[in-house]
Design a protein around this ligand. Structure first.
Ligand code: PLP
Length: 462
């Protein structure tokens, strides 16, 4: 049986399929229509990102159902495409932004007023200038600050608006050490100093919340550290509401416990039991002082399983040790495998040819063969998987790389002078190109004089 068949079988976890007709907890790469994906690849070329806005909406809905009383803020850095931002805004989530650029995009997508949150991580001066400027027109915007220094820098710019204090809770969680932020000194004010810093901040700003984000990829095994972080934040909220001297306590509106809700990348991994996580979160944070709400900031969970990356097989190279399958998408299109050793499910959709030119059999009729899938970049780390059993790939086959909707296009870059891929959004079944494929000319558009000597005289329009 081929690998894609295995993924298509009902998985061990019944909850995976229980609500398949409605809003299942995860969409696997095997759940996408192979014909539809093949048509999109033929029409728009590869590599191609496909992002299903209907699935984005379902994910928003599941989050809101699980956390009915919480403020849900989409961490836009997972996917900042305009179509996604529009869908998320319409679904009622707020936007959490990590840079001036993200604030700019969120504003353009209509996240005005109280729906805009900016988390300043070692913010460059230009970012602070920009956000303070935006706050003049959007006074309900909140700036989340992780260092006393940053508060001073905001005050220097005349800002006295809404501030949320980011706390380093001293516990972290995450699928890789590079995404664990809760324990890293870079993020947040140390827990022991957080209460004092928050009270000080309240003398200069409208302090509306406290915040902690443990890291990305909370899975069922890491619920304990999530619970611990949440409990500490609840404790801090109670401490702030009950000062030991006469100064009035800061008027906190919310306790934001961050994002990091995990998504099952591996086919056999069960999906996160979101209602159980929500219940554990509510329990751990309780009792919150009157008038204080819970807030969460999921990024990955909103978009990850709504996206696939389609890539075409260019070369198949048998070697003594392994079978190397060369494809047209690499670490410039999807960086996560190279950067985090991340696993992405891969499904062979077929369509290729044998070496004699005849049509290759459908993937279901091929044997599962361990392969390395490698991209076109001159880097050893440029592989999408190694030693993975796929329905034996043939040249021209189309591969679907699953769970690619979060931190996929977002981390795409032009290393090796490779134009970034196109992206198609599916909306109620209709496909539209939402980011055109970059051209070779796009590679030099910001470079002065780069097109000076072009023989064809086409310059940057090439
Ligand atoms: C990245 C980030 C998130 C979202 O993390 P996910 O793992 O995508 O859910 C939330 N809050 C902050 C402050 C972040 O930096």
């Amino acid at each position: 049986m081929s690998d894609c068949d295995a993924a298509a079988e009902p998985t061990a976890e019944p909850s995976d399929r229980d609500t398949a007709a409605g809003n299942p907890p995860v969409r696997r790469v095997s759940d996408w229509s192979a014909d539809r994906l093949a048509d999109l690849a033929s029409e728009h070329g590869t590599p191609l990102y496909v992002q299903d806005l209907d699935r984005v909406r379902e994910n928003c809905e599941r989050l809101r159902d699980a956390f009915p009383d919480a403020d849900v803020r989409y961490a836009v850095k997972a996917h900042t495409g305009r179509a996604v931002l529009d869908a998320v805004r319409e679904a009622g989530l707020d936007a959490e932004c990590a840079s001036a650029g993200e604030v700019d995009r969120a504003l353009a997508a209509g996240f005005g007023g109280g729906r805009l949150h900016y988390t300043a991580v070692n913010p460059p001066a230009g970012d602070l200038d920009y956000v303070v400027d935006v706050a003049e027109a959007e006074p309900d915007l909140t700036v989340t600050v992780g260092a006393v220094d940053t508060l001073d820098r905001l005050a220097e710019r005349g800002y006295d608006g809404r501030v949320c204090v980011r706390v380093n809770p001293g516990v972290g969680a995450g699928h890789h050490e590079k995404v664990r932020t809760g324990g890293a000194a870079k993020f947040g004010i140390p827990y022991d100093r957080a209460a004092a810093a928050t009270r000080d901040a309240a003398e200069r700003f409208d302090v509306v919340g406290i915040h902690a984000h443990a890291g990305s990829g909370i899975d069922p095994d890491q619920l304990d550290s999530h619970r611990e972080l949440v409990a500490r934040m609840g404790e801090l909220a109670r401490e702030l509401a009950d000062p030991d001297d006469d100064t009035p306590p800061p008027d906190i509106e919310y306790v934001d416990v961050g994002g990091g809700f995990g998504v099952p990348y591996e086919e056999e991994e069960p999906p996160l039991d979101l209602p159980a996580v929500a219940e554990a979160t509510r329990e751990a944070v309780a009792p919150l002082p009157a008038g204080v709400d819970l807030a969460i900031e999921p990024g990955r969970y909103v978009v990850a399983d709504a996206g696939v990356l389609l890539t075409r097989v260019n070369t198949v190279k048998p070697t003594p040790d392994e079978r190397v399958v060369g494809v047209d998408a690499g670490m410039t299109d999807l960086l996560r495998p190279a950067m985090y050793d991340a696993y992405h499910p891969i499904r062979n959709l077929g369509g290729g040819r044998e070496s004699d030119g005849s049509d290759a059999p459908t993937p279901e009729d091929r044997s599962a063969t361990p392969v390395t899938v490698a991209g076109p970049i001159c880097e050893t780390g440029d592989t999408l998987c190694t030693d993975r059993a796929l329905a034996d790939p043939a040249r021209g086959d189309l591969l679907a790389v699953g769970i690619a909707g979060a931190y996929g296009y977002e981390m795409a870059n032009q290393y090796n002078s490779r134009p970034r891929p196109a992206e198609v959004a599916l909306d109620d079944g209709t496909a539209a190109v939402v980011r055109r494929r970059e051209t070779l000319g796009d590679l030099t558009t910001v470079e002065r004089d780069a097109n000076r000597n072009r023989a064809d005289g086409t310059g940057a329009d090439r």
